[in-house]
Each structure stands twice: as structure tokens, then as C-alpha cells.
Ligand binder design. Structure first.
Ligand SMILES: *[C@@H]1O[C@H](CO)[C@@H](O)[C@H](O)[C@H]1NC(C)=O
Ligand SMILES: *[C@@H]1O[C@H](CO)[C@@H](O)[C@H](O)[C@H]1NC(C)=O
Ligand SMILES: *[C@@H]1O[C@H](CO)[C@@H](O)[C@H](O)[C@H]1NC(C)=O
Ligand SMILES: *[C@@H]1O[C@H](CO)[C@@H](O)[C@H](O)[C@H]1NC(C)=O
Ligand SMILES: *[C@@H]1O[C@H](CO)[C@@H](O)[C@H](O)[C@H]1NC(C)=O
Ligand SMILES: *[C@@H]1O[C@H](CO)[C@@H](O)[C@H](O)[C@H]1NC(C)=O
Ligand SMILES: *[C@@H]1O[C@H](CO)[C@@H](O)[C@H](O)[C@H]1NC(C)=O
Length: 794
């Protein structure tokens, strides 16, 4: 948390906490000036109590006063500190409910102490807040500042105290300058009702119970100025200006403190939610629709990896009056969080504040969180613009009850990191340009290098863990009775799939809100009990947005049953040919291919164990209600050796005719590249909308793979693509797409790309398609009117 205070040694006569105009008056409000020997008042008029009395002090601690006062710190609470050589606990008797706990640190010079050698942990009510924490290292980075304020939200139960424990690392010492405890309204952040928080990049909702502890990462008054703690709505939160986090040169325009406006708080957004200053100021994209259409108004935040984050966006339309005047899309970490957001439509009027919460998973490999806004062309709004008033980001405790992250390493200069990602973002916002200027033939090498370059720099994809309320490896056990109820005693009318392994039914299991797919393994199936357990164990660890998740199993009375998420929109094949469904648009098909490719990439990457699917085909790619592709049926999967990549596994021939890797067929050697081959067939199937094998056709046309390659060779591929797609695929996009499919079908496995490369190249071809659409819209002049045309095209 960064806030700069110019020191004004002014003692105000009234404490703001008791000013009657403050919207919220905390029931508990404790300010502790650690290490001080007498009660003191800070420059803003708040009274800080000395901790040097029997309630708090302990002989294992000692106090000291800093020998240097940095211009950015105030005397109270920063100049005095309490030091601990052993474990030490402050106990705060409090009313039940959620509390802010703020810890103030000033890592500077104290006589006889080397602050750089201070490492310690802090815990509060069984939550680990900080672990082997170095206030010195944290203060020296991102950007350097003299002091640190850490803010947490912790719910105190009935008849509980708040215990804050400082524990020095071995041969070290702990210290603290100030502690603040403030109560807050019960449902302000945690304890929210089920279903209210969307988990980004999934169809699931996230429950934020009062047992969740939060660590405030950022709190911004977007488009406005810093709002100091004493000007908050009563909880002493600090709201910072957002300019430091705006990504790229295009920062939009800001409007602040339109003082004549009145903010009409509601029951849904009570007066304490955020101070008026937040709702009165905002940042929008600017007046030029052409410019707005070509960029994303973007904020970039550095965060700790391996945590869920709560992202709260605050809106209040102060300017416009009507619905459909300003409509925009919201992206969080490159995933659509909200499509066609219209603040007036949601808030039901001008000057009425609202906020929306999302939860996003930041994977181990990521340490950035992006929020981006872009005009929504489809709804043909009056102005091509987007707006944001406020933003809060909180880290949520992990399953160990910990919020702690490693210290920044002294050698990683955060400024460097930021510059790096700024370049990446420039590329991203400039992707239209890249797409449009690349001349007709792009060699596969150039594509590859571009893809890698782009991926490395900016593709901040959430490797989202598709968790419901179960821990990742937890898998529910269902009784046979549950299964019989769900399938109406294995009613044939509920069968949605048949295979060598047995039948698949759809149904509702008592106590589960969503529909499930129930795979009943054939009793004749050679799969034994041990293999069944092995499969459950493996499948329950595989949680990824582009894989069908295993929810549970039943293993009673000789039944071996697996329960999966039910995919409303069926198989990819159902939407390509021999059906009555509306044909999928080209862009949709590309997105589905990218999703399926990511699912396979996840299996191959060995996130859990290296897995070769062995039966990639369009009937094993399922679609959920938002058309997200989910790879299914790992029934034929065999785990590969964990460490050796591309080492063939000798195995019996399995798989489906028409998708079979010829090399696998010849040598009975199975590698990841066998899946790549089958995926190449899928790509041509998607392009041509015909089966992999069609015996009703002429001999040389029966097998799609061979036929398509011949057509590519002959430059007649255009003649066999799905007639519905004629004139709808941008030439450059088609070129790249065909090139990818062709490379997947290479006769020799090692010559085929890896799934990771396939994902990158498909993403690139999607960008080319989008760029062509955008270019056409722009050339046609009126961006808004042609937006629809563009969307139809892509
Ligand atoms: C500081 O203030 C508190 C509460 O106002 C009081 O209980 C305490 O005795 C005071 N301590 C000192 C050292 O004056
Ligand atoms: C005070 O310190 C002693 C050791 O010196 C320790 O046993 C005790 O638990 C501490 N009390 C508190 C309240 O931290
Ligand atoms: C901490 O955990 C212990 C053991 O689970 C429990 O007895 C205790 O009540 C917890 N304390 C708080 C403050 O939650
Ligand atoms: C604490 O962190 C420091 C520096 O990051 C490291 O050298 C030390 O080994 C760590 N100690 C523990 C107990 O993890
Ligand atoms: C936390 O939530 C539980 C379940 O909703 C409720 O019973 C409990 O009273 C809440 N605790 C507090 C301190 O609000
Ligand atoms: C696919 O999903 C969409 C959106 O949920 C739905 O409207 C449509 O009916 C579904 N199609 C099929 C074939 O289930
Ligand atoms: C290749 O082109 C020749 C000449 O245009 C044509 O006769 C032949 O049918 C084509 N073959 C394929 C597989 O398209």
C-alpha cells in the first residue's frame, strides 16, 4: 500500500472517528503505537495508545526509537517500534464480526539493530499473515518506500479474541511500529451469499465465507486523487490514485470530484461501501471512438502467485443518463469477466453507485493481474467508451489458512519487471497492427518465433483451477442409491453416449444443483478395481478449464461409476455436420480449437503426470453452455514416464480409425505427437465440416487427412471447406490455419509441432481473423455502424 503523506504536525481537536457525518462508526477501534511509552496523537488527530502497559507488553520484548525520520513518515506511529527476540502475542478483546487489521512497519535505523537481518512471521487467529517476512526487502522494491502498511480482513468469532502473534525466524528478531484494528459492516467483503462471485475463466461461482481472510493488495480511487484514511467512510481505508497502475501510453481521460453531483447510495450499495470521492471521480477512454476501438484501457498489478484474488470494481455513472449510451466489455487476466456492461442499466440511474465482484485464480507461474476495458461494438452504443470509478483487489487465504508470500528477491528490480511487461502490453494493444501489416505469406518459422515472443511477454493466461467448493484432489463418493435416482434406474432414455467402456447417462444427483454425466463402466470391462482407483486418483487431480472435470465416483455392489460435469452443448461434431444445429461461426470454431488444444497441452505438459490422450476426435471434444471446449474421455489414457518427454510408450493399438497416427500404426509407438496428428484431423474436420472417414465418398476422398493434404498440395483446399464459411475466413487466417493442420499431419512424429506450439499458432490465426475484421470496419469509416459487419465477419 503506497501513500505519501507530507508531514503536518497539526493536532486536530476532534477525532474523525467520532464525527457525526461519518457514514459508519466502527464498534471496535484500536490504535496501538508500539514501543511508545505514552499515549500520542497523530497528525490527523487520531489517538494512538501506548502498548507499554500490562495489557500488551511482555518481558520478551523491548522498545526503541528510530534514529532517522524519513520525510515520508509521520512521528506517530512510525518512529517508535517494539522488538521481539521470541514469540510474542498481542491479544485484542473484540466484538464478533469481520475486522480490518493494519500493521505498520518502518524498517529503518534503530540503535544497535540491523534491520536488514530481521525476518519474522505474523499470525492472527490461526491465519498466517506473513512468513519469514522482511519489511526491509519489501520496502526496497516496487517502488521503494520508507514504510509499509499491510491491511488484512479477519473475522472474529463469538467469544473470541484477536490474537496477533509475532514469531522471529531462527536467530532473528521481529518488530512492529503500529497496529490498527477497526470493525466493519458484516457483509462488506466476506460472508457474501452463495453464487454472487464469478470465478473468472470458469462457469463456477465462488463462495466467500466469513472464514476467508483477505490481504488487501490494492485499493484505488480510479481517475481521482488519493483519499486519506480519515476521509474514508469510517473504516480508515486509504484509496490511492490509479495512474501508477495504468498500462501503456493510452491512459484515457479522468474526471474528478464533480462536487455538485450527489451520490445516491442504495441498499445494495450502502453509504459506507466507498466514500463519495471514489464514486465522483472516474477514468474513461476518451472522446475519440476510433482510438477507443483500437485500444484497451488497462491496469496492471503485480500480485503474488498461487492465490485466488477478489477483484471489486466500483462504478457510478455521473455523466450519462440513459441505457445503451456507454457499453463496454470487462476483461480480467485476458478473460471476459463481463460482456456489454452498461452502468446505467445495472444501477438503474445516474449517480447511483454499484460494485461488481469477481474471483480470479493467479497460477504459480503468474505474478500479474490485468484489468482491461474495451467498448462493446455489438450493442451499438451511442458512444464507444468505457468507464471505471474504483477498484479493490484482495488476496484470499489458501487452503492452509496462509496469505504469506515469499519476500521479493533483492536482485529482481521491480522497475525492470514493469518495463518488461509494458513492452508486452504494447504488443498486445498493437496486435491489430501486427496482423494487418504482415504480408501474405508468413513462414511457419516466423509464426513460431512471433508466437513465442508474444506468449512470453504478455499472454497472461490463467491456468485456472476449476475448483468448486471441493479441494483440488477431493472427489465425492456417491451411493448406488444416488446414482439410481439420478439415472431413473439407468433409464435408456437418459443415455447420451455409448462406448466400449459402457454407457453414459445424464441426470440430477440429489443435493447437486447442476446436471451431471454418469459414466457406468461395463461389468465386462477388463478394468479392475485397482485400475479404477488409479483412474479416479489421476482424474481427480486433473482440473483445468479445458478438461471435463470428474466430480465423483461410485464403487459399490460391483458398480464402477464415474460422475462428470454434464456438457450442455454436446460434442463438437454435433455442431459441425449431420445435425440440425446452427453452423458455428468461424471465430467460434477457432476459439473451440484453441480451447481443445489447450486441454491437450495441459495433459501433455505433465501438470499432474504426462498424459497422452490416445483418442482425440471431435466426439471427445465437448462444449459447455458458453461454448468453452472441454476435452473428455481419458478412459484410454496411459500415463507417460514423468521425466522423459517424447520417449515412446509401446502399447496395444487403440484409438479411432481415421484419426490414427500412421507412425503409431506402423511402429506401435505412442508419443504426444500421436495426439497432435489426431488433432490435425480435428482441425480439417472443423474447416471442412465432414467426418474423418466418409465411406460414401470416392476412394481417395474417404479419409479426410489424406484428402485434405492432397488438396493443400494442389492448392484446391478452398474447394473443400465448409460452404457455410465461404467468404467468411480472412485469407491470412486461413493460410495459417491450414499450415497448422498440415504440420500436425506430418508423416513423421518428430516433425509435428508440440501441442504448445499448436495453441500459439491457433491464437495467432485468431488474431489475424480479428485484425482483418477490425481493418475492414475501420476502412469502411464509421466504426460504430460497421461494428456489426465486423462481428459477422469474424
Ligand atoms: C492511554 O489511553 C488509554 C485509553 O484512553 C488509557 O487506558 C491508558 O491508561 C493510557 N495510557 C497511558 C500510558 O497514558
Ligand atoms: C510473555 O513472554 C513469556 C516469555 O518471556 C511467554 O511465555 C508468554 O507467553 C508471553 N506472554 C504473552 C502475552 O505474549
Ligand atoms: C485456532 O485453532 C485451534 C485448533 O484448531 C482452535 O482450538 C482455536 O479456537 C483457534 N483459534 C482461533 C482464534 O480461531
Ligand atoms: C528467510 O528468508 C531469507 C531471505 O529470503 C532466507 O535467507 C532464510 O533462509 C529464510 N529463513 C527461513 C526460516 O525460511
Ligand atoms: C460466520 O458465518 C457462519 C455461517 O454463516 C455464522 O454462523 C457465523 O455466525 C458467522 N460468524 C460471524 C462472526 O459473523
Ligand atoms: C448451446 O448453448 C446455448 C447457450 O447456452 C444454448 O442457447 C443452445 O440451445 C445450446 N445448444 C444446444 C444444441 O444445446
Ligand atoms: C489437382 O489439380 C488437378 C489439375 O487442376 C486436378 O485435375 C486434380 O483433380 C486435383 N487433385 C486434387 C486432389 O485436388
Amino acid at each position: 500500500m503506497l501513500f505519501l503523506i507530507t508531514i503536518v504536525f497539526l493536532i486536530l481537536s476532534i477525532s474523525p472517528s467520532i464525527t457525526s457525518s461519518v457514514p459508519y462508526i466502527p464498534t471496535d477501534y484500536i490504535l496501538l503505537n508500539c514501543g511508545a511509552s505514552s499515549n500520542t496523537t497523530s497528525y490527523d488527530g487520531r489517538n494512538w495508545v501506548a502498548d507499554d502497559d500490562h495489557l500488551y507488553a511482555n518481558t520478551s520484548s523491548f522498545s526503541s526509537t528510530a534514529s532517522y525520520q524519513d520525510p515520508s513518515v509521520t512521528q506517530v506511529p512510525y518512529m517508535t517500534a517494539r522488538f521481539f527476540r521470541g514469540e510474542f502475542t498481542y491479544k485484542f478483546p473484540l466484538s464478533p464480526g469481520p475486522k480490518f487489521l493494519r500493521l505498520y512497519f518502518y524498517p529503518n535505523q534503530y540503535p544497535g539493530l540491523d534491520i536488514t537481518s530481521s525476518f519474522f512471521s505474523v499470525a492472527a487467529n490461526n491465519y498466517t499473515l506473513l512468513s519469514n517476512f522482511s519489511a526491509y526487502l519489501v520496502s526496497a522494491t516496487s517502488p521503494p518506500q520508507a514504510f509499509i502498511v499491510k491491511e488484512f480482513v479477519i473475522t472474529v468469532g463469538k467469544e473470541q479474541m484477536m490474537d496477533v502473534t509475532f514469531a522471529p525466524s531462527p536467530n532473528s528478531f521481529a518488530f512492529i511500529n503500529g497496529i490498527e484494528v477497526v470493525s466493519m459492516p458484516a457483509n462488506l467483503y466476506t460472508g457474501q451469499t452463495y453464487g454472487s462471485l464469478r470465478l473468472i475463466d470458469t462457469n463456477y461461482f465462488f463462495e466467500l465465507e466469513n472464514s476467508t481472510a483477505l490481504d488487501t493488495a490494492y485499493r484505488l480511487n480510479v481517475g481521482g486523487r488519493d483519499v486519506l484514511d480519515v476521509h474514508d467512510s469510517g473504516m480508515f481505508r486509504t484509496w490511492n490514485q490509479d495512474i501508477d497502475y495504468i498500462f501503456g501510453a493510452a491512459s484515457g481521460v479522468t474526471y474528478y470530484d464533480q462536487s455538485e453531483a450527489t451520490i445516491k447510495y442504495t441498499e445494495a450499495t450502502p453509504v459506507y461501501t466507498a466514500p463519495e470521492a471514489v464514486y465522483k471521480s472516474y477514468r474513461s477512454m476518451g472522446p475519440n471512438p476510433y482510438i477507443n476501438f483500437n485500444y484497451y484501457l488497462t491496469w496492471l498489478f503485480t500480485v503474488d502467485s498461487g492465490f485466488y484474488y477478489l477483484v471489486r470494481l466500483h462504478f457510478c455513472e455521473n455523466d450519462l443518463q440513459k441505457v445503451n449510451q456507454r457499453v463496454f466489455d470487462i476483461f480480467i487476466n485476458n478473460h471476459a469477466a463481463e460482456i456489454a456492461m452498461d452502468v446505467i442499466a445495472v444501477s438503474e440511474g445516474n449517480g447511483i453507485p454499484i460494485y461488481i465482484d469477481y474471483v480470479v485464480w493467479v497460477a504459480q507461474s503468474e505474478n500479474e493481474l490485468w484489468v482491461a476495458l474495451h467498448p462493446n461494438a455489438e450493442s451499438k452504443p451511442e458512444s464507444y467508451d468505457a468507464v471505471l470509478n474504483g477498484l479493490e483487489i484482495f488476496k484470499l487465504n489458501n487452503s492452509d489458512g496462509s496469505l504469506a508470500a515469499p519476500n521479493p528477491r533483492p536482485e529482481t528490480k521491480p522497475m525492470l519487471k514493469q518495463k518488461h511487461s509494458k513492452e508486452g502490453r504494447f504488443l498486445k494493444t498493437g496486435k491489430v497492427v501486427i496482423g494487418a501489416t504482415l504480408s501474405s505469406i508468413v513462414s511457419i518459422l516466423l509464426i513460431l518465433s512471433l508466437v513465442f515472443w508474444q506468449r512470453k511477454l504478455f499472454l497472461c493466461r490463467t491456468e485456472s483451477i476449476n475448483r468448486r467448493k471441493v479441494s483440488p484432489n477431493q472427489c465425492r463418493h456417491f451411493s448406488v442409491a444416488d446414482i439410481l435416482t439420478a439415472t431413473n434406474n439407468f433409464d435408456d432414455a437418459l443415455i447420451i453416449g455409448r462406448g466400449g467402456f459402457g454407457n453414459v447417462y445424464r441426470g440430477h444427483i440429489p443435493g447437486i444443483q447442476y446436471e451431471v454425466a454418469i459414466k457406468r463402466l461395463n461389468s465386462k470391462s477388463h478394468q479392475g478395481e485397482n485400475e479404477f482407483w488409479a483412474e479416479i486418483e489421476m482424474l481427480s487431480q486433473l482440473r483445468y478449464i479445458n478438461l471435463v472435470s470428474l466430480i465423483g465416483y461410485c464403487n459399490e455392489k460391483q458398480e464402477m461409476i464415474l460422475v462428470y460435469d454434464y456438457m450442455v452443448n454436446g460434442t463438437l461434431r454435433d455442431h459441425l455436420y449431420k445435425n440440425d444445429n446452427i453452423p458455428l461461426k468461424w471465430k467460434q470454431r477457432l476459439q473451440i480449437c484453441i480451447g481443445a488444444a489447450r486441454g491437450l497441452e495441459y495433459l501433455h505438459s505433465g501438470a499432474v503426470q504426462r498424459i497422452i490422450h490416445r483418442d482425440v476426435k471431435t466426439t471427445n471434444i465437448l462444449l459447455d453452455e458458453t461454448w468453452v471446449a472441454k476435452v473428455s474421455d481419458f478412459g484410454l489414457s496411459k500415463m507417460g514416464p514423468v521425466l522423459m518427454e517424447n520417449v515412446p510408450i509401446t502399447t496395444k493399438v487403440k484409438g479411432t480409425f481415421g484419426y490414427m497416427d500412421p507412425e503409431y500404426f506402423r511402429r506401435l509407438h505412442l508419443t504426444e505427437k500421436s495426439d497432435v496428428y489426431s488433432f490435425g484431423v480435428v482441425l480439417f474436420e472443423v474447416l471442412c465440416a465432414r467426418p474423418a472417414v466418409d465411406t460414401s465418398l470416392e476412394d481417395e476422398e474417404i479419409g479426410l487427412a489424406g484428402w485434405a493434404l492432397k488438396c493443400v498440395e494442389n492448392e484446391t483446399i478452398e474447394q473443400i471447406i465448409d460452404p457455410y464459411l465461404h467468404g467468411k475466413i480472412a485469407a491470412k487466417c486461413l493460410k495459417v490455419f491450414v499450415e497448422i493442420a498440415k504440420s500436425c499431419l506430418h508423416d513423421v512424429g518428430v516433425e509435428r509441432p508440440k501441442m504448445r506450439d499448436v495453441v500459439g499458432m491457433l491464437e495467432f490465426s485468431l488474431e489475424l481473423q480479428e485484425a482483418a475484421g477490425a481493418k475492414q470496419a475501420v476502412e469502411a469509416g464509421d466504426t460504430i455502424n460497421h461494428a456489426r459487419t465486423m462481428d459477422e465477419l469474424v
